[in-house]
Design a protein around this ligand. Structure first.
Ligand code: G6P
Length: 368
């Protein structure tokens, strides 16, 4: 069928707004809500129990999904993860051993470097898993285990709904691995599954922030550089936020782990540098507050994306924050992706760039 923009100005806007629905479709394959357990799609079997390591690789936005996944597999399943961008992975001669599983993440399933990384691990005899959105793609065909995202066709060059669906699959697999490896109790699994089941509704709430975010676009569009900061799973989101902004608006942007601020980017802070801080009120929130104080003390302009508790503890004025719902830890990275996408989208629309087809970029990079 022909895919059109419906009532939206751009495919990207349509795809951002499809997220509650397509995340719901995706999660329905990976969660058994009646039993409150994680599962794999019908007819599949996967065993994480005896693995010594999970090796992951991907490119671009899919790589950032994998980076969030690393935090989840290590925390919820005590499964060590090695992850690298595919263009490095394929050439660095990583020693891999039987007893490890490899997992590749790709919207298109055709990215040349990701495919080459898959073949490297396959030649070494590893079991190959792939989180892919296009089921008939080369990566899906060459994998032993295909974990589909049910995002539907993604037309906008900058990945949005595929990313949050990749996160949904990785979160579910990390829970499954946690049970199989004897790390999560049945109660803990039930709680995590219950939290994930609320993602579609919470995504809808996050989309309701669009008008507020649209108003921030003119101010951000005047910057020549933007710094994104986050810790833990918000660190990959900072990288993703910076990637989205630079791809769509051509404003130079960098994502940094908040704790690395002192080791470099702090030298850039002045009143002309917007600093977007991604920080749900979690166990390490206070650490991020210290980093914000370091930015504020040097005249930096902070835009904090946080929840009610975080906003209170930050001491920042209303205009300097985007207020998210309070979220459980496993859900936060999925839902915080939405304001990140909307910021990049609205800055680009305000600046009049080609949102769906940014200059020099391709949807699928099938050559090296
Ligand atoms: C290109 C696209 C990105 C995408 C990346 C990886 O750079 O513009 O949106 O994240 O390729 O693509 P894949 O299809 O492997 O996820």
């Amino acid at each position: 069928a022909m895919i059109d923009k419906g009532n939206y100005r751009h495919f990207m806007a349509k795809e951002i707004h499809e997220q509650p629905e397509v995340i719901g479709h995706t999660l329905s394959r990976y969660l058994d809500l009646a039993a409150r357990k994680a599962k794999v799609p019908d007819g599949m079997a996967v065993d994480f129990s005896g693995l010594t390591r999970l090796v992951m690789s991907a490119c671009g936005t899919a790589y950032y999904a994998g980076l969030v996944g690393k935090y989840w597999f290590e925390k919820y399943a005590r499964l060590p993860v090695e992850i690298d961008i595919a263009s490095e992975f394929r050439y660095r001669e990583l020693p891999v051993n039987p007893g490890e599983m490899a997992l590749f993440i790709s919207q298109s399933g055709e990215t040349a470097d990701t495919l080459a990384s898959l073949r490297y691990c396959k030649a070494a005899g590893l079991t190959i898993g792939a989180v892919v959105n296009v089921p008939e793609s080369t990566i899906a065909r060459e994998a032993d285990l295909v974990f589909p995202t049910i995002a539907g066709p993604e037309i906008g060059v900058a990945s949005t709904k595929a990313f949050t669906c990749q996160l949904s699959v990785l979160a579910s697999l990390a829970i499954l691995a946690g049970r199989q490896r004897g790390v999560l109790t049945a109660d803990q699994e039930a709680e995590l599954v219950g939290a994930l089941s609320e993602v579609p509704g919470l995504a809808l709430k996050a989309l309701a922030l669009e008008a507020r975010i649209e108003k921030l676009a003119p101010g951000l569009s005047r910057a020549s550089d933007v710094l994104y900061l986050g810790r833990s799973t918000s660190y990959p989101l900072a990288l993703e936020g910076a990637l989205k902004l630079k791809e769509l608006s051509y404003i130079h942007a960098e994502g940094y782990a908040a704790g690395e601020l002192k080791h470099g980017p702090i030298a850039l802070i002045d009143e002309n540098l917007p600093v977007i801080v991604i920080a749900p009120h979690d166990a390490i929130y206070e650490k991020t507050v210290s980093n914000m104080q370091e930015v504020a003390a040097r005249g930096g302009r902070i835009l904090l994306i946080t929840d009610e508790k975080g906003a209170e503890a930050s001491g920042l004025a209303d205009r300097d924050r985007i207020l998210m719902p309070a979220l459980s830890e496993i859900v936060a990275p999925i839902i915080y992706s939405i304001p990140i996408q909307l910021i990049a989208y609205h800055v680009a629309v305000f600046m009049g760039t080609d949102v769906d087809q940014p200059r020099n970029l391709a949807k699928s990079v099938t050559v090296e």
